[in-house]
Design a protein around this ligand. Sequence first.
Ligand SMILES: [Zn+2]
Length: 297
Amino acid sequence: MLDRALPARDASDEEIARVHTPRYLELVKREIGGLDGPRYLSTGDVVVDASSLAVARRAAGGAIVAIEAAVETGEATFALVRPPGHHAESRRGMGFCLFNNAAIAARAYQARHGGRVLVVDFDYHHGNGTQDVAGEGLSYVSTHASPAYPGTGSELATLGRDAIVNVPLPASGIATEGFVAVWERLLRDVVAYVRPDAIVASAGFDYVAGDPVGDLGVDVGAATALARAINEAAFDACGGRVAYVLEGGYDIDALTASVEQIVRASDARASAERAADEAAIPRVVRERLARVDDLFA
Ligand SMILES: [Zn+2]
């Protein structure tokens, strides 16, 4: 699969500043410049060292390369980057995240092509950072464990023409079939509402059972079904333009297997697989989905 890998590049200050304030970017430069050992970033729980600014710049640039490649080819791409990004808000890094890679990729797409981007976030955690910068053509939909870090994402909301949709899931776990069914339904409803011109998936795999940080109890094999549903939505809505950007996932074997499934599912358009059974969705989650429907009605 790596035969087809594209080189990443560094994101510029201008590209980063579409999402983060100049003041925050200066803070990151100041606190990381000249470090001779690890420390915590002053704005949140992100361990940094002297290399962190360069690595985060490359990660954000890699996400931009991925969305541009998806636009050129009409095929899904995967940005295999770290650090993750979805906890990084406009003016603070936190939760291992310095720059919001997915949002930076979405804004880069808009700067070049205009239009609307939907960020789809299936990481175990809520992407408070992406929600923070949503609006102006950037919509956001997330499932996440609740209660769990960072404690946000309990409220459904809309921003005029853009949407923010949060579906908290019981942190005690959800069956694989139910997790997939939630996403099949969410993608159908949210994509119909937002009508995105491109999709960026915040692809975090800490939902997999056994993950040392997350663990929703979902089977490692769920990534294939997730990718099928997301790719199908991208084909229907926006010419297949979807870039997956790595977020969390801390069990290396599960992470590897999940990324492989996403890439293989993108090799060919999904064949018609049986849709997941909505009866597998826990009742409390079905009620939240019904509220989402009301929101869009
Ligand atoms: Zn996570």
